[in-house]
Write a protein that binds this ligand. Structure first.
Ligand code: ADP
Ligand code: MG
Ligand code: ZN
Length: 319
C-alpha cells in the first residue's frame, strides 16, 4: 500500500502527517506558526516536524507533499512570498526537505493543494470543474478545470484573497490596498476585533482577549455571547466573501464550490450571509451553483498535500 507525508503550512498552524495512499491519516504533528518566525527559525521548526514524523513512520514514506500559504514556484520547489509568514520569502523549502530526507518532494500553494485534496478524497470527487476557497488566516483559492489543477502561466492562479474590493482601502500584506483578505479573513477579523476593543464597542470581546491581541476565534466567541458588534463584523465578512465568490463563479462557471479553513468554525454566522448574498444575484450561474463545506475538515490541506505527493508518484511510475 505505502505511505506518503502530507504537510500544510499556514499562517496559524504548521501541520505534518503520515498518510496512507487511500487518504487515511496515521499520525499528525501540529505546531503554531509565529509571525516572528524568520527564514532560519521556520526551517528549523519544519525540518524538526518532518524528522519526528519520519522517525515514527512504520515504513519509509514514498513522497512528501507540501502545501504552503503564499506564492509557490512548484517547478523550483520554492516559496516566493507569503503575506502571513515572513519566513516564507524566497525559501527553497522543497529542495531543502528533499535534500535532507532524501524523499521526493512536491510543493504547491496551500489552496491549490486543498482544491486537489477535496477533488481526490472529499466533497468534489467526481466533478470536473471545481473552485475551492480556503478561509483561514488568509483567503486562498484553488481551481480545477477538466479534472486538472489550473495553475496559469506562472503557476500562481487562484489568488482570490487578493481580489481588490476597494482600491483606496486598507493596506494588504501583499502590497496592494483593499484586497478581500483585508476585509474578511482570519487576520482581518483579528484586526477588526482589535479596533472594536479600542473603540470601546466590544466589552465581552475585551474580557475574552484579556489584554492580548484578539483573534478571529475570540471574535466568534464574543459573537456567541451576543456581542452585537462582533456578530455584525462576522456577518459583514461573510457577505464580502460571498461577493468574491459571485465574481469567481460567474467567471469560471464551475460544477461546484467547496470551502475549507478555520473560519468555517464560525458556522452559520459567517456562512449564512455568504449564501444569502449569492442567492440574491440575478445574472450568471452563481445563484445555481452548489457551495458546500469540505468533507475533510481541518485536514483538507494535509490531504491535498498527500494528493500532490500521490500524483507525483503516479506520473513517475508512468515515466
Ligand atoms: P491557516 O491559515 O494556518 O491555514 P486555519 O485554516 O486553521 O489556518 O484557520 C485559522 C483561522 O481560523 C484563525 O484566524 C483562527 O482564529 C480561526 N479559527 C480557528 N478556530 C476557530 C473557531 N473555533 N472559531 C472561529 N475561528 C476560528
Ligand atoms: Mg491553511
Ligand atoms: Zn492583497
Amino acid at each position: 500500500m505505502g505511505i506518503v507525508i502530507g504537510s500544510d503550512f499556514g499562517g496559524t498552524n504548521l501541520r505534518v502527517a503520515l498518510i496512507e495512499t487511500h487518504g487515511k491519516i496515521l499520525t499528525q504533528h501540529i505546531e503554531k506558526t509565529s509571525f516572528s518566525d524568520t527564514n532560519q527559525l521556520i526551517i528549523e521548526k519544519i525540518t524538526g516536524q518532518f524528522q519526528k514524523i519520519i522517525a515514527s513512520a512504520p515504513e519509509k514514506p514514498l513522497a512528501i507533499g507540501i502545501a504552503a500559504a503564499g506564492l509557490v514556484d512548484s517547478t523550483q520547489k520554492k516559496i516566493v512570498f507569503s503575506p502571513h509568514i515572513p519566513g516564507f520569502e524566497n525559501l527553497p523549502l522543497g529542495e531543502i526537505i528533499e535534500n535532507q530526507f532524501n524523499i521526493p518532494v512536491v510543493i504547491e500553494n496551500d489552496a491549490s493543494a486543498a482544491a486537489l485534496g477535496e477533488y481526490t478524497f472529499g466533497a468534489s470527487q467526481g466533478y470536473r470543474n471545481t473552485l475551492h476557497a480556503t478561509l483561514g488566516t488568509g483567503i486562498g483559492g484553488g481551481i480545477i478545470i477538466d479534472g486538472k489543477l489550473y495553475k496559469g502561466k506562472d503557476g500562481l492562479a487562484g489568488e482570490i484573497g487578493h481580489l481588490v474590493f476597494n482600491p483606496s482601502g486598507k493596506q494588504c500584506k501583499c502590497g496592494s490596498k483593499g484586497c478581500l483578505e483585508t476585509l474578511a479573513s482570519g487576520s482581518a477579523f483579528a484586526d477588526q476585533a482589535q479596533a472594536l476593543i479600542s473603540e470601546g464597542q466590544a466589552p465581552i470581546l475585551e474580557s475574552i482577549a484579556e489584554g492580548q491581541k484578539p483573534t478571529a476565534k475570540m471574535l466568534y466567541a464574543a459573537a456567541i455571547k451576543d456581542e452585537k458588534a462582533a456578530i455584525e463584523t462576522i456577518q459583514k465578512g461573510g457577505q464580502l466573501i460571498g461577493l468574491g465568490l459571485v465574481s469567481l463563479i460567474n467567471t469560471l462557471n464551475p460544477d461546484i464550490v467547496t470551502l475549507s479553513g478555520g473560519l468555517l468554525n464560525m458556522g452559520n454566522l459567517l456562512i449564512e450571509p455568504l449564501h444569502k448574498i449569492i442567492r440574491i444575484q440575478k445574472y450568471g450561474p452563481a445563484q445555481q451553483t452548489p457551495i458546500i463545506e469540505t468533507q475533510l475538515g481541518e485536514n483538507c490541506g494535509l490531504l491535498g498535500a498527500a494528493a500532490l505527493a500521490l500524483n507525483k508518484l503516479d506520473t513517475s511510475h508512468r515515466e
